[in-house]
Design a protein around this ligand. Structure first.
Ligand SMILES: *Cc1c(COP(=O)(O)O)cnc(C)c1O
Length: 459
């Protein structure tokens, strides 16, 4: 299996980056019933190669530029292998002390690497969506003096949350789950660079207060999913302090860039936040899933989530972290191991070098695009994301949207690269995220050549 994995990585550029199968293809190729008798593993593995691989999109191809990357690395893969082999269930300290203590140490290492406030407490979650839900639930409890956990939401003031129009959909989802209601997410307009307008935030809060509603929290994004826009944290923090609101910072991708001194100005004001999330599984070579969640007020987090049935009580509860009480999951995977391997394998300097390389590739790609008259950039290039479109002269807005939709399809159908799209103010926008572990200049050159070729073919 290890040999197969090594060969896979050696040959990864030969696979079509985006799986080209039609819906139902894989499902229909699989037997209708489970086997009654044991099967030979050789046959099973052959089927993996023949039936499953064609339906795989190769996220670790260096020509994967879609969405945000979910990059991994060899130290992470072997860490994940050991996690599977140990098969530990790390719900409490006692069920694997090493898992709890390595997690605590990794949270501290990253806190130092990213220059996060020293008084924060970190915990590993499965994803940013879950971490943001934890933030919203904790804020709800703190605001209601922990009564909603016991009595439900009946008779409570209507909670209101604020985030920019560009906030990730996970915030809306979390508000649905938390019983706040997605109608109570106030979407604050953004400036020309897609960052939240703090004046509009304050107006919205004042408006809600006047209407007798209860403003509870603000979600600021450092690196939105659409364009990696950076909300003005310092100004937002002034407002959350003035109105005593919870400030949650969603930095799912761009948070990783805080390991670079030259990017830390994006995070100015972070010391005023109540909670912060970023995903090493996006841009720190640690395979999915591993999201880091930090809070200022650990006691409120634990009070929101703690349960203490008789069968989970241990003598050591006062001395150790029982992470089952730091979030939603009871059973927890041993995720810290792969992160430990990654950080030690690369060292902080090696990780910084990789991120800098990706940022440099993105800004060079953006420059190359602007040298062609027919391409335009549609958002400032922050970190490793380039938002652009093909815009030959003499076309209407509608024609350009249609042209770029066809361009996206042609690129992804080629199998040579995979990009994705978003819509910005009605403009269909192509996105190239440059963050796969082994991406190099030649892959960017190939992407540009492919773009030009596909533009010619759809014209
Ligand atoms: C990717 C992303 C998320 C969701 O992350 P998951 O770990 O998949 O839940 C949330 N917010 C932002 C800004 C993102 O880019």
């Amino acid at each position: 299996m290890v040999d197969w994995i090594a060969d896979y990585y050696k040959n990864i550029e030969a696979y079509p980056v985006k799986s080209q199968v039609e819906p139902g293809h894989i499902f229909n190729a699989l037997p209708e019933h489970a086997p009654d008798e044991p099967e030979n593993f050789k046959t099973v593995f052959q089927d993996f190669q023949q039936l499953i691989l064609p339906g795989i999109t190769h996220w670790q191809s260096p020509s994967f530029f879609a969405y945000f990357n979910a990059n991994t690395s060899f130290p992470s893969i072997v860490g994940e292998m050991l996690t599977a082999a140990l098969g530990t269930q790390c719900m409490i300290w006692e069920t694997s002390p090493a898992a709890a203590e390595l997690e605590e140490k990794m949270a501290l290492w990253l806190q130092q690497m990213l220059h996060l406030p020293a008084h924060w407490h970190g915990v590993i979650q499965d994803g940013a969506s879950t971490a943001s839900l934890c933030a919203i639930l904790t804020a709800r409890e703190r605001h209601s003096d922990f009564t909603i956990n016991r009595q439900g939401c009946k008779g409570m003031h209507t909670h209101r949350w604020y985030a920019s129009e560009q906030a990730h959909a996970s915030i809306e989802k979390a508000l649905k789950i938390a019983g706040v209601g997605s109608d109570n997410l106030v979407k604050i307009p953004v400036d020309d660079d897609y960052a939240m307008l703090p004046d509009m935030l304050e107006m919205a809060i004042a408006h809600d207060l006047a209407a007798g509603l209860a403003p509870v929290g603000v979600v600021a994004a450092i690196g939105t999913t659409g364009t990696l826009a950076i909300d003005p944290l310092q100004e937002i923090a002034k407002i959350t302090q003035k109105y005593a609101l919870w400030l949650h910072v969603d930095a799912a991708l761009a948070g990783n860039a805080a390991i670079l001194p030259e990017c830390r100005h994006w995070f100015a004001g972070l010391q005023h936040a109540d909670s912060f999330v970023f995903n090493p599984h996006k841009w720190l070579f640690t395979n999915f899933d591993l999201s880091m969640y930090y809070v200022r007020d650990r006691d409120s987090l634990i009070r929101t989530f703690s349960i203490l049935p008789e069968y989970l009580k241990t003598e050591r509860d006062a001395q150790v972290n029982n992470y089952r009480d730091w979030g939603i999951q009871l059973g927890r995977r041993f995720r810290a191991l792969k992160l430990w391997f990654v950080i030690r394998h690369y060292g902080v300097r090696g990780l910084q070098a990789k991120l800098r390389q990706h940022i440099a590739l993105a800004s060079r790609f953006a420059r190359q695009l602007t040298q062609h008259e027919a391409f335009e950039l549609l958002a400032p290039v922050h970190a490793n994301l380039v938002c652009f479109r093909y815009a030959p002269a003499g076309k209407t807005a509608e024609q350009l949207n249609d042209l770029n939709k066809r361009l996206l399809k042609a690129i992804n159908k080629s199998g040579q690269a995979y990009i994705s799209a978003t819509t910005l103010r009605g403009v269909y926008t192509l996105r190239a995220s440059i963050g796969q572990t082994h991406v190099e200049q030649r892959h960017i050159d190939d992407l540009l050549a492919l773009l030009l070729k596909c533009c010619a073919s759809i014209a």
